[in-house]
Design a protein around this ligand. Structure first.
Ligand code: XAN
Ligand code: ZN
Length: 505
């Protein structure tokens, strides 16, 4: 938001419903930049677009009635909601989290397979589970529906409003997954896993021809599914990782990305044995990144998960091709893959980095959890290297979880922060929610009447630390996706002080 924001004239709008949100809005509009906006009034259209922002709006200083009147007159619309949390210092709005790497089909395996290295972990735990989604008879559809509904609900209740998912090789249950996203109300990129060369586990692979057929099926189905003029679910081209893909398939997928203008996601350089395997399988390619580049799979719409052991040359290539990295610290720790030097990627190599839960290599489906873990892992890396500069800050982590994620999924102008024209994909945090694990004391709260703005801001920054390190899903009390309220835990709360009124001024 511009710091000298004044009442901004909203665009003409014909819809009958409009919502004004008033309270503290916190975001990281650019890397290293945390903005805490107290007493901010945000207007959201029925289509879920932010079309009005007024920072530091004080009813007692401005003519509040006039401002609301302005809305009504300009819209010929007397019906709107007004939601006010401004009096409560423990409540604040944050952009919804964006999880840029998660395997929906692996949700039942959370917590299973500790310390099993990647290639064994895939054969022992992951491929057998994913294979259960194949053959779409009624039983399989029931199985998939159960798992997929749970993972969407779980991530949404943790504040994830958008995610880039891997499903399995199966197109039918992948389409079912997209339908569930729309029904439950989460924005999603849906990746049918492509793998036609699984040398170590032949039970779970597809032929090249089946892959082509399945991709056509999901592209066609998702084009039908979205509501008019909105893209809430979108296919994402998903070669699983180089070791299980033929050159023919990689080449076809690269071409498909261009002809259909579709994003790409895959894994890269997660584990040292995996890197050796790629060198053996693609001896003509200098490194792992070159394998993808040779097949036209690296561009500004590519998300590369893990990227722990990159060479300098690979980092340069990733930067030049404008790919994004999805950092998955929980998974990298759980299956002992390594510590990625994220601070260097962000600030020295100038690569866009986002966060991924990587369920179920990662055991935590909450991006708030991944924020904690990425900071702690970076501290361990700094202790090992002796470089203080390897430590990630809270601001870095929030950025990766929101605006960095928005860039990674190709929606930097629509998601990730509070700006005019962006979508209202938002979470309401309440540190004082029912059964909250966060303890706050009266003297730690930034109040309206705090004369000193700096002091109030510092107190809010401290509260952010409390939320990140001792908070959890219980503090994420409301979630909106595309302006639609999709999670509401405040129905029965004694402390529910929000008001929703339809006034006739
Ligand atoms: O963490 C991971 N999870 C997976 O499912 C996978 N497949 C290839 N490489 C992978 N890494
Ligand atoms: Zn993964």
């Amino acid at each position: 938001m511009p710091s000298n924001a004044s009442l901004i004239e909203p665009k003409a709008m014909s819809s009958v419903s409009y919502t004004l949100y008033y309270g503290t809005f916190i975001h990281t509009p650019s890397l290293g930049d945390l903005e805490i906006c107290f007493n901010t009034l945000v207007g959201v259209t029925a289509a879920g677009d932010i079309d009005f922002i007024h920072k530091n709006y004080r009813p007692e200083e401005h003519d509040y009635q006039t401002a609301v009147q302005f809305f009504i007159n300009n819209r010929k619309n007397r019906h709107f909601d007004y939601v006010d949390y401004s009096q409560d210092p423990t409540k604040f709005f944050m952009p919804g989290f964006i999880d840029t790497h998660i395997h929906a089909s692996q949700f039942p395996n959370i917590g299973i397979g500790l310390d099993c290295p990647l290639l064994d972990w895939l054969n022992d735990y992951t491929f057998p589970l994913e294979n259960k989604f194949t053959d779409s008879n009624d039983e399989k559809l029931k199985f998939a529906k159960n798992v997929y509904s749970k993972v969407i609900q779980k991530t949404l209740t943790n504040g994830t409003t958008c995610a880039s998912y891997f499903t399995t090789i199966d197109p039918h249950t992948t389409n079912l997954f997209a339908e569930l996203l729309l029904e439950i109300g989460q924005r999603g990129f849906v990746g049918k896993v492509c793998m036609d060369h699984n040398d170590t586990y032949h039970d779970y692979e597809e032929s090249f021809e089946d892959c082509v057929d399945s991709m056509n099926k999901i592209i066609e189905r998702m084009a039908q599914l979205n509501p008019a003029e909105e893209t809430l679910v979108k296919p994402i081209i998903t070669p699983r990782f180089a070791p299980v893909c033929s050159r023919k398939m990689l080449k076809w997928l690269g071409k498909l990305s261009v002809t259909q203008d579709l994003p790409i996601q895959t894994h890269i350089s997660e584990n040292k044995k995996e890197i050796e395997l790629v060198h053996d399988m693609f001896p003509d390619c200098e490194d792992y990144a070159t394998v993808y580049d040779k097949h036209n799979l690296l561009n500004s719409q590519t998300i590369l998960a893990h990227a722990i052991h990159l060479t300098k040359k690979e980092r340069k290539m990733i930067r030049e091709k404008k790919c994004s990295i999805s950092h998955c610290p929980t998974s990298n720790t759980f299956i002992s893959s390594g510590e990625a030097p994220i601070k260097q990627y962000l600030y020295n190599d100038k690569i866009n980095v986002s966060l991924g839960t990587d369920v179920s290599g990662g055991f935590d489906s909450s991006i708030l959890g991944i924020i904690k873990h990425c900071i702690l892992v970076s501290h361990h890396l700094a202790m090992k290297t002796g470089r203080q500069g390897d430590k990630l800050t809270i601001i870095d982590a929030i950025y990766m979880a929101t605006q960095g994620g928005a860039k990674a999924v190709g929606m930097p102008d629509k998601l990730g922060s509070f700006e005019l024209g962006k979508k209202f994909d938002v979470q309401l945090i309440d540190l004082d929610s029912k059964e909250s694990n966060v303890d706050t004391f009266e003297w730690q709260l930034p109040t309206q009447h705090e004369g000193d703005h700096k002091k109030r801001t510092k107190k809010m920054e401290d509260l952010l630390g409390k939320w990140i390190f001792s908070g959890d899903d219980r503090n994420c009390v409301k979630v909106w996706c595309n302006g639609r309220l999709v999670i509401n835990k405040m129905h029965y709360s004694r402390d529910d002080r929000w008001v929703m009124v339809e006034k006739d001024f």
